[in-house]
Design a protein. Structure first.
Length: 426
């Protein structure tokens, strides 16, 4: 794949096996010492060996130990599959990885979970033609997202034909018919889903740390087993770092890449990068649900809790995208786009931006830059709309042009001011 080719082209030595951390018996002070005496032991994955003796001989023969000045933990996470009341769930369900190994489209599928992976997989299966059910523990999916997003998605999933089982408290057990291989899913609230081809568990993830031997070398962990780090991606052990899902901060691939880049800049870059670090604030996030969701910053509820109800102003819009204009269907049947700007303070700083609907994934990246740079509602209003687009709704939110004339830009774009000019050397 592309990642293998990139590593090969970069001259990276790839070691396939199981890594763990051990304490060194010596106190070497060479350039390859990380200062904490921690070594990396790489053992071959012996699961394919046929006998226990073969596994042991191969393990002893090929075990290799490495010393390095810097050790980075970036092992990611893995899907959790609960056991159920009788231990049956792992035997009759697959996880999100197993979804990509399916050989054919299931006639009837059950997806268990309320997070973005669950709603994405449910949306894909339903769109492809599977009779799809989504099982959530509480009232709805994406409960921690802004209400506008979770409620609109809930309506759209039902409109698309997804059956939502609510307030189930999860799956109790799964039975399988020996002849037909069809499953019966028993929920903890007493409901039963019968005649199921595939059950996909997407009820959570855990950090992949079991083999790392973190306790022996003294690496601190947070609740759930996640590796504890400071703002510079450093663990409490000298010369050891961690980025990505293994830390449990923002579990997104681009977030892990950004953290790794900033860490590399600081460790190996010029002096100007000595304080380089990644920011976990205002991270643009997209859920590829049907329809897609884009979100950045605080939800309305979070903003009120942080700044007080009297200091928060919210702008909303809900409409049918012009793309659906020619559709010969009733207006209420046309897919909806919903948007929200959450502003705080007398300057109406935009502290949250949320959108669900066609094109939400593409439009968020640009708005994400504006939010990171401290845009206000007046900054949004000062941007001329692009018509006809859905994104123009964000810069024409009612009431338009009547708020505080405050800009978050270093050089204000308000009142027809000239655009900023670059700083030229010499």
């Amino acid at each position: 794949g592309i990642y293998d080719r990139n590593m090969i082209n970069s001259g990276v030595l790839r070691l396939k096996g199981v890594a763990s951390l051990i304490k060194s018996d010596s106190d070497s002070d060479g350039d390859d010492n990380n200062g904490s005496g921690v070594l990396v032991k790489v053992s071959p994955d012996a699961s394919s060996d046929s006998t226990q003796q073969q596994q042991q001989r191969r393990h002893q023969k090929q075990q290799t130990t490495f010393r390095a000045r810097h050790i980075l933990l970036a092992t990611g996470g893995y899907p959790d599959i609960p056991q159920g009341s009788d231990g049956s769930i792992p035997h009759h369900a697959i996880d999100s990885d197993g979804f990509f190994e399916l050989k054919s489209l299931p006639r009837k599928a059950v997806v268990v979970g309320a997070g973005y992976i669950a709603v994405e997989l449910a949306g894909v299966l339903q769109a492809l033609g599977s009779d799809t059910s989504l099982v959530v523990r509480k009232q709805k999916a994406l409960r921690n997202f802004d209400e506008l997003l979770s409620e609109t998605l809930d309506d759209e999933m039902q409109r698309h034909g997804i059956h939502i089982y609510r307030n189930t408290d999860g799956v109790d057990r799964i039975e399988e018919d020996d002849a037909s291989r069809r499953k019966i899913v028993y929920l903890n609230n007493g409901e039963v889903i019968e005649d199921v081809d595939v059950v996909i568990m997407a009820a959570g993830r855990s950090p992949l740390v079991e083999s790392l031997n973190l306790e022996e070398v003294g690496v601190e962990q947070k609740s759930g087993g996640y590796v504890a780090t400071n703002e510079y991606s450093e663990t409490n052990v000298e010369g050891m770092y961690a980025v990505g899902d293994v830390c449990g901060n923002v579990e997104l691939t681009p977030m892990a890449i950004a953290a790794g880049r900033r860490l590399a800049d600081r460790l190996f870059g010029p002096p100007s990068f000595q304080n380089a670090k990644v920011s976990y604030d205002n991270v643009s996030t997209v859920i590829f649900s049907h329809p897609p969701i884009g979100t950045i910053g605080l939800t309305e509820k979070e903003a009120i809790e942080k700044y007080g109800h009297e200091n928060v102003k919210v702008y909303r819009s809900k409409f049918s995208n012009l793309y659906y204009g020619p559709w010969q269907v009733e207006p209420e049947e046309k897919p909806k786009t919903a948007m929200k700007l959450v502003c705080a303070g007398s300057n109406e700083l935009v502290v949250g931006l949320h959108v669900i609907g066609m094109g939400a994934d593409e439009m968020l990246q640009g708005f994400g830059i504006a939010i990171k740079m401290g845009a206000t509602k007046a900054d949004f209003d000062s941007c001329v709309a692009i018509h006809p687009t859905a994104a123009e709704e964000f810069v024409t939110m009612f009431p338009w042009g009547l708020g505080s004339p405050a800009s978050g830009a270093r050089i204000s774009p308000l009142n027809g001011n000239a655009s900023p000019e670059p700083v030229l050397d010499g």
